[in-house]
Design a protein around this ligand. Structure first.
Ligand code: GLN
Length: 486
């Protein structure tokens, strides 16, 4: 096995037993990137020079016997929506071209502290708005399983880097499914933690009441290892909660006998790909054979989730993105006749079509006369959706659904029809509206050889049970081990 094929725990073992050096690991990935990135286009930037410096410093510290942290020498890729001090952060938007953050996001500090080697920043839908990464202002990322298809989005670059063995693991962000849906489409594991579990300080905001950062990895153990590092209270993020942080790896390997799994009727709908439905139903059978109890449940307000999300998310985005006006960050329209012309010129030039569409939708939903009819009503429905989950979790510990209604679609297939694109998130957005954690993991392949994702949703702050169940399923199957040579 090549070094670049290993995930976090595989490399950890070799590094900790000093079978390899951080420098050797890094060079294996840089070589792989040089060979494969030209096909996949997953990175916004590869920070090879900085990474070589980091790895060399770590190797010196390891040789001295210093305590270097659990991720020492592990190369990770970070979605380009997370601020990295001294390294450009674009959100894959032209408007942020040339923006170099003066500080690190809290998750970056935590990862560096743990010894991670930053390999690069990954491509994404502009400002995380999209489901295919085709809204990037810079490049189109390909799905490593079929280069004619999308990797999902908006964390499509992160998902593709992991699936193509271009890094050991990655971080993404999830506002309506942007970690879980690309994880499903690329055949990897993606975890969206509970709202408040991971600090968003330094995450460029899309919709602040929904955004979460989370791990995207080759297997469930790696997700637990990364979550251990990035979880915890942060005084810099007022929504981050001050709760004890468990060791998430301790949940792995626990028996799942008598765990109750809820199967919501509303998630097995018309329009869903029959191959996705079959794979999901087979996953239920596997979990039952391991001793879990499956039970039908209902989440009656599910049908309103997409509409509710696209009101709340666009409203918040219209406000959050007001700061990009040519004054402080990124580009500025040249030779404007006055301040207003500079604002409008910069935004006209800098934002792509989808971002403009969202800003207009959100501004409309918040405007006088429409606020009550749209935004306020959406907030009320959001409460109903959250209550559906509260009710359901009286009867089960985990809810099981498909992650996405179809496997990866073709490049360009949905770009002309925003509404069908929005529907790719039909199974993931409720978790963000309710604030609960969710994980996607591989559960099969279509006839055409494309990965299918299984979604597990948990009670607030109960990532442990999600990881426990996901790990049990992963141990009983070998979907996560499949690879397509690139
Ligand atoms: N695809 C959804 C959207 O376009 C979700 C994006 C996300 O989670 N960042 O808004």
């Amino acid at each position: 096995m090549e070094l670049y094929e290993l995930g976090i725990h595989g490399l950890q073992e070799l590094l900790q037993r000093r079978k390899v050096t951080a420098g050797e690991v890094l060079r294996a990935f840089l070589k792989r990137i040089a060979q494969v990135e030209g096909k996949v286009h997953a990175f916004m930037a590869v920070t090879g020079r900085e990474a070589l410096g980091m790895a060399a410093r770590l190797d010196r510290r390891i040789a001295r016997g210093d305590d270097v942290g659990p991720l020492a020498g592990i190369p990770l890729a970070i979605k380009d929506v997370i601020c990295t001090q001294g390294i450009p952060t674009t959100c894959s938007s032209k408007i942020l071209e040339g923006f170099i953050p003066p500080y690190d996001a809290t998750v970056m500090k935590q990862l560096y502290q743990a010894g991670m080697v930053l390999l690069g920043k990954t491509n994404m839908d502009e400002f995380a708005m999209g489901s295919s990464t085709e809204n990037s202002g810079y490049k189109v990322t390909r799905n490593p399983w079929d280069l004619g298809r999308v990797p999902g989005g908006s964390s499509g670059g992160s998902a593709a880097t992991v699936a193509a063995d271009l890094c050991a693991g990655a971080l993404g962000s999830d506002t309506g499914g942007s970690i879980r849906q690309p994880a499903a489409l690329c055949g990897i594991v993606g975890l969206k933690p509970t709202y408040g579990r991971v600090s968003r300080y330094g995450l460029v905001a899309f919709a602040s009441s929904l955004d979460q950062i989370g791990p995207m990895t080759k297997d469930v153990r790696d997700a637990a290892i990364l979550l251990n590092v990035i979880t915890g209270h942060d005084p810099c993020d007022s929504t981050s909660v001050n709760l004890p942080v468990p060791d998430y790896t301790a949940a792995l390997g626990r028996e799942i006998t008598n765990l109750r799994i809820g199967i919501p009727d509303e998630y097995f709908v018309e329009g869903m790909d029959p191959e996705v439905e079959t794979a999901t139903r087979q996953a239920i059978t596997v979990l039952e054979s391991l001793g879990a109890k499956a039970e039908r449940i209902t989440l009656p307000h599910t049908e309103y989730a997409v509409a509710t999300y696209y009101l709340v998310a666009t409203a918040e985005a219209s406000s959050n993105l007001a700061r990009f006006d040519g004054v402080k960050y990124g580009i500025r329209a040249p030779e404007s006749k006055d301040l207003l012309a500079m604002y409008t010129g910069t935004r006209q030039e800098g934002f792509g079509a989808e971002v403009k569409r969202r800003i207009m939708l959100g501004t409309y939903a918040l405007s006088a006369g429409y606020y009550d009819a749209y935004y306020l009503k959406a907030l009320k429905v959001r409460t109903l959706i959250r209550k559906d989950f509260e009710e359901a979790f009286k009867r089960c510990e985990v809810i099981l659904t498909p992650t996405a209604p179809t496997a990866a679609f073709r490049l360009g297939e949905k770009t002309d029809d925003p509404l069908t694109m929005y529907l790719s998130d039909i199974f993931t957005i409720s978790a963000n509206l309710a604030g609960i954690p969710g994980i996607s993991l591989p559960c099969g392949f279509t006839q055409a050889g494309l990965p299918i994702g299984l979604q597990l949703l948990g009670k607030p702050f109960d990532e442990e049970t999600l990881l426990q169940l996901a790990f049990a399923y992963e141990q009983a199957t070998d979907w996560h081990k499949r690879k397509r040579p690139l």
